[in-house]
Design a protein around this ligand. Structure first.
Ligand code: GLU
Length: 599
């Protein structure tokens, strides 16, 4: 039975559909993809999480408090995408100093992990990717809790305990299972069913929780409460560290488990050694705006930034839609070639970040774009060496396989003082490693599969002990003058970069409003022969782009969660002081954007 709940808010009729299944039927909170108003704002993929963030703001908390509370709630309602078993990147605009700063909370490779950890010694080939994902060997030292702690200590007004409390209560009372949660569980059923604590938590009675039922996670509630009371040391230096190391080494398998579960290198000492790192953001000027992003270990800021530099001289605003899309796809391929050749953890790799983001390099790369013809992919990387001719030639070709997941989650918050947070967090694949810490209610990441598996010394992203795998997460804050204009980000593995880029150019150059820019069909050219695209993009633009030589591959099977690219959460700061909070209208079932006081 389908039931429609209508509610009237801000003059908009909001319709929420849910399917009745059991007598334990609970009512899901309303999802609103657009909200305009004052006093602060939150946007995320999930209504419970957004409401928790808004509540923190209403009670006088600031954007950082709200971001941590929202993220902790996403650990409850989006446990396959994010949580304390993973890592992420936090970008913060401080309204007092007008400065943007970032925290790199990326997972690290354990201290004893060898460079050939993913290689099958007998064949000299990497182990099959699916086997590496669901195993201890892919588990990196989690950085999310250290990120929350660092953000609150530096800029928050709440204690960690207070910031985690609403999420602990949500985990205790449960949230209403939506179709996305059930679908994601079903897509993981085979591997989840092979790990005892994961099957117990996420496959009660051997099945994915029904849509409309309440999903409770009292073990996670207790974990949050424990951390709130004892601080992050209970996780990094206390009993949880040992438990995470033990389960990474030898997860309790169900009888009949078929996966090999390669043992992890994670030790309690790796957790004790972990630290989130404050980093200066990347910055490029585009259309008179300043675009701030995440520097390495993420490739988000450098790749979005380089692509914007390439596009700056192309003047997308003056082009036809087809021409603009062709140019966007080509710029993205060029920036991805350089990402593959030059970007890795800066503690291990000399990343030419300044040159990658220089106007000279952008112009040299830009002039390689043929306005009539798509270049043969993969295009070679350029030479960010400080010496730029009108048209660079390019060097080696990057053809390493792209295995990044499509999981992850993004949130944005703003407060009444004008502080802004753009925060992307993940456990890598949807469902991470599939390994739940027994009795603690959270999944561990498989982030280390973001490294290249083959230890090619020319590759900036090979496995090395203590290193952070290169990420694509692109939490972004755009300033106009020294004031916030747009805050944006998305999940989606390496498609995060193209989603942020495409949405920004939709908004800044193509005359779309922010909600239109988010809703528009997506395509992702990551320097591959064929462009990955949503079916809606192929239907709408495929024929017009074919004469340029672009070919398209649907992002995923229809109806699967992979068929969609990204799930944007964003804010726009409107003239006169109002904030427009925006989320996906339909992808992942629609996101939740809210403001403290509706206009
Ligand atoms: N592991 C990916 C990254 O760091 C994110 C995974 C995803 O978005 O699914 O870029």
């Amino acid at each position: 039975m389908k039931k429609l709940i209508a509610s009237l808010s801000a003059g908009t009729l909001v319709l929420t559909a849910f399917t009745a299944t059991t007598s334990a039927q609970a009512q899901a909170p309303t999802r609103q993809p657009v909200s305009i108003g004052y006093g602060g704002a939150v946007s995320s993929v999930d209504p419970d999480a957004t409401n928790i963030g808004l509540d923190v703001l209403r009670r006088g908390g600031n954007a950082v408090d709200a971001a941590v509370a929202t993220a902790a709630a996403l650990g409850v309602t989006e446990p396959y995408s994010a949580g304390i078993g993973g890592g992420g990147y936090f970008v913060y605009y401080n309204a007092k100093s007008h400065k943007v700063t970032t925290i790199d909370g990326r997972e690290t490779a354990p201290a004893t992990m060898p460079s050939d950890a993913f290689m099958n010694k007998s064949t000299n080939q990497p182990y099959p990717f699916a086997q590496l994902v669901t195993s201890g060997v892919s588990i990196g030292v989690p950085g999310t809790l250290a990120t929350w702690n660092s953000a609150l200590k530096q800029w928050g007004s709440l204690s960690l305990g207070k910031a985690l409390k609403p999420a602990a209560e949500l985990a205790e009372r449960g949230f209403v299972v939506d179709p996305t949660f059930r679908l994601q569980t079903l897509e993981n059923k085979d591997r989840f069913s092979q790990v005892v604590p994961t099957a117990k938590l996420f496959l009660p009675n051997g099945d994915a929780p029904q849509v409309g039922s309440l999903f409770k996670n009292p073990e996670l509630a207790a974990t949050y409460t424990l951390i709130g009371r004892q601080g992050p040391s209970v996780f990094y230096r206390g009993p949880l560290a040992g438990e995470m190391a033990a389960v990474a080494k030898n997860p309790p398998k169900t009888p009949g488990a078929t996966l090999p579960f390669f043992p992890g290198y994670l030790r309690a000492s790796d957790l004790a050694a972990y630290g989130a790192i404050d980093r200066a953001p990347t910055k490029v000027r585009y259309d008179g705006l300043e675009v701030y992003g995440m520097p390495p270990s993420s490739s988000g800021g450098s790749t979005v930034g380089e692509a914007l530099n390439i596009l700056q001289s192309q003047h997308l605003a003056q082009m036809s839609t087809t021409q603009a899309l062709h140019t966007y796809l080509e710029a993205s391929a060029l920036a991805f070639a350089d990402r593959g050749a030059y970007v890795g953890d800066p503690a291990y790799v000399d990343v030419p970040l300044k040159e990658l983001l220089s106007k000279g390099f952008g112009a040299e790369r830009s002039c390689l774009i043929d306005p009539q013809k798509a270049a043969t992919k993969p295009v070679p990387a350029g030479s960010p060496d400080g010496k730029y001719s009108r048209c660079g030639k390019g060097s080696a070709v990057d053809q390493r396989p792209d295995t990044e997941g499509r999981s992850t989650t993004h949130l944005v918050t703003a407060d009444k003082w004008g502080n802004v947070v753009s925060y992307t967090l993940t456990i890598e694949q949807t469902g991470g490693s599939g390994i739940t810490v027994p009795g603690r209610g959270f999944l561990l990441n498989n982030e280390l599969t973001d490294f290249s598996a083959v230890p090619d010394p020319k590759d900036p992203n090979i496995v090395e002990a203590g290193k952070r795998p290169r990420s694509s997460m692109s939490p972004t804050i755009v300033l106009r003058g020294d004031k916030p204009y747009i805050a944006i980000g998305s999940p989606g593995g390496s498609t995060i970069i193209t989603t942020v880029l495409q949405t920004l150019t939709n908004r800044l150059d193509r005359g779309m409003t922010l909600p239109q820019a988010i809703a528009a069909p997506r395509a992702s050219q990551r320097n591959t022969a064929s462009v990955t695209a949503e079916q809606s993009f192929i239907d709408k633009y495929g024929a017009a782009l074919a004469p340029y030589g672009h070919t398209f591959t649907p992002a995923g099977a229809p109806g699967s969660s992979a068929a969609e690219i990204g799930a944007v959460a964003a804010l726009e700061f409107l003239p006169g002081g109002a904030i427009l909070a925006a989320a996906e209208p339909t992808r992942r079932g629609g996101g939740a954007a809210g403001v403290v006081r509706e206009r």
